[in-house]
Design a binder for this molecule. Structure first.
Ligand SMILES: C[S@@+](CC[C@H](N)C(=O)[O-])C[C@H]1O[C@@H](n2cnc3c(N)ncnc32)[C@H](O)[C@@H]1O
Length: 405
C-alpha cells in the first residue's frame, strides 16, 4: 500500500508536518485549505511556502478554494485521508428528490469529508475534532457523533476513537481533542480486528491503545446504530465515553484512564529577551485583572429572563510549572483565555510570543513566520493541532500499513 495522504482543512499543515517528521516515506498528494470570508489566505500561503502546491487529477490547482466547490473525483488517490474539522450541527433531513438521499445544513464540513470518502474510498482516515463533539448538541447528547459514526458505517468503515489530552502524552498544552481512526472493512487491519473483542481493541490492541497507552478501562456499553442516517439524526442520543469502537453498526464505548507521561512545562517553552511589544503595559493591567478575575454580572436573556452570569478566577499569571491551557484562535488578544506569563528574565508580565505559541503546538520555531501579521500567527496556531500527537499516530500506522497487501 502506498504511503499517500490527502489533508483536508489543512490549516498550516499540522498533519503533514507530523507525518513528514516520521521520515518513513509518507507523501501528501493533495490538500485543501481555505479560510471562509478572508481576503488574504494566510494559512494557505504558509502551507505553500513550506510544502508547495499540489495539482489535482486534471492538472489544475484548487487547493486554496472552498472544499465545497471541489469535485471530489478529481482529488488524487490516497491511502490516508486526514483532517481537523469543526464541531457543527450535523443534523440531516431527507432530500426532496428522494427519501433515500440526505441533506445536511449548508456549510457543514463533515459532508465534504463524507463526499470524499464516497469518491475516493481511502482505506484509512484520521480525523480530529474538539472534545465536546461527543456530547453535542446539548438538546440531544451524542447525536452529532452518532451521525458521523453512522456515515462511516454506511460507507463500509469501522472506527476507533479516543479523547486525548496532549499534556498527558508529553505536550506543553492541556488540549483535549477527539481523534477518530477509521478504516475500510476490507483492509487487513479490519480483518485482524474482527477476531478481537471491543475491550481488547480499546484497551490494548487498537490504534489508540498502541500509541497512547492506558492504565485502566471501565465497563463497556454498546448501542446499535440505525442504518437510516435521518433516523439517527432525529432520534439518536447516547452518552459516549472518552474511548470507543464502531464495527458493523454496533458502537462500543468505555471510559479509559490514560498512563500519564511527564508533560512539557510552560517554562520549558519560554523564550529569553523577548521584544518589549509582548509586555503588558501598566495602563492595561486593570483590564487584564478584571478579565482573569471572578465576576458576577446581572444579565437579561433574549426572552427577558434576568439572571446572574458568574465565573471564577483563573490563574494570573499562568503558572510555569504546568503545561499551558488550551490555546484558542484569540490567543494574545485582550481575552480571558489568553496566556499571561511572568517573564523568566525580567519578572514582568507578558503575553506569549508567536514562537512560544508554535512550541505549545509542537511546530518548528517560526513555522508561521511566512509574512503574516503576528495576530494571524496566533490565529493559525489556535486552529492547529499538537503535531507530536500526529507523529505518534503515524508510528502506529506504519506498523499497520506494512501488513496491508
Ligand atoms: C481546525 S482548523 C485545522 C488546522 C490544521 N489541522 C492545522 O494543523 O493547522 C480547520 C481549517 O479548515 C479551514 N476551512 C474552513 N472551511 C473550509 C472550507 N470550506 N474549505 C477548505 N478549508 C476550510 C479553516 O480555514 C481552518 O484552517
Amino acid at each position: 500500500m502506498e504511503k499517500t495522504i490527502c489533508e483536508l482543512f489543512a490549516g498550516v499543515g499540522g498533519f503533514r508536518l507530523g507525518f513528514d517528521r516520521l521520515d518513513s516515506g509518507w507523501h501528501t498528494t493533495w490538500f485543501s485549505q481555505w479560510e471562509p470570508g478572508a481576503k488574504t489566505q494566510w494559512a494557505h500561503e504558509c502551507y505553500i511556502k513550506h510544502f508547495g502546491d499540489c495539482p489535482d487529477l486534471n492538472g489544475e490547482y484548487h487547493t486554496g478554494e472552498d472544499i465545497g466547490t471541489v469535485k471530489k473525483e478529481s482529488i488524487p488517490d490516497h491511502t490516508l485521508l486526514v483532517g481537523g474539522f469543526p464541531c457543527q450541527d450535523y443534523s440531516v433531513a431527507h432530500t426532496l428528490a428522494s427519501s433515500k438521499g440526505i441533506e445536511g445544513k449548508k456549510g457543514v464540513l463533515w459532508w465534504q469529508i463524507r463526499d470524499t470518502l464516497i469518491a475516493k474510498k481511502p482505506p484509512f482516515c484520521i480525523f480530529e475534532n474538539v472534545d465536546r463533539l461527543l456530547k453535542s448538541p446539548a438538546k440531544q447528547r451524542g447525536r452529532d457523533f452518532g451521525i458521523i459514526l453512522a456515515c462511516l458505517n454506511e460507507q463500509g468503515y469501522s472506527a476507533e476513537w479516543r479523547v486525548i489530552n496532549a499534556a498527558t502524552y508529553g505536550a506543553a498544552q492541556r488540549r483535549r481533542r477527539t481523534f477518530i481512526f477509521a478504516y475500510r472493512n476490507d483492509t487487513a487491519y479490519a480483518n485482524r480486528s474482527n477476531s478481537r473483542s471491543a475491550e481488547e481493541i480499546i484497551g490494548e490492541e487498537g490504534f489508540f491503545a498502541k500509541g497512547f497507552p492506558i492504565k485502566e478501562i471501565g465497563k463497556l456499553r454498546s448501542i446499535t446504530l440505525s442504518e437510516d442516517i435521518v433516523d439517527v439524526s432525529d432520534n439518536f442520543a447516547f452518552a459516549f465515553e472518552n474511548a470507543g469502537y464502531l464495527h458493523e453498526g454496533i458502537v462500543y464505548t468505555v471510559g479509559v484512564d490514560e498512563i500519564e507521561e511527564a508533560p512539557t512545562l510552560l517554562r520549558d517553552i519560554l523564550q529569553a529577551n523577548v521584544d518589549e511589544s509582548h509586555y503588558i503595559t501598566t495602563d492595561k493591567m486593570p483590564k487584564w485583572t478584571y478579565m482573569k478575575g471572578a465576576k458576577k454580572i446581572p444579565r437579561t436573556s433574549a426572552d427577558g429572563h434576568e439572571y446572574v452570569f458568574s465565573e471564577g478566577p483563573i490563574a494570573f499569571p499562568d503558572p510555569w510549572d504546568r503545561p499551558g491551557r488550551t490555546m484558542l484562535t484569540s490567543e494574545s488578544t485582550l481575552n480571558r483565555s489568553t496566556h499571561v506569563v511572568s517573564d523568566p528574565g525580567t519578572g514582568r508580565l507578558r503575553l506569549l510570543t508567536p514562537i512560544e505559541a508554535e512550541r505549545m503546538q509542537g511546530f518548528d520555531d517560526d513555522w508561521t513566520n511566512t509574512g503574516m501579521p503576528n495576530r494571524m500567527r496566533f490565529f493559525c496556531m489556535g486552529n492547529a493541532l499538537v503535531v507530536p500527537m500526529i507523529t505518534r499516530m503515524g508510528k502506529v500506522l506504519d506498523t499497520i500499513i506494512v501488513e496491508e497487501p
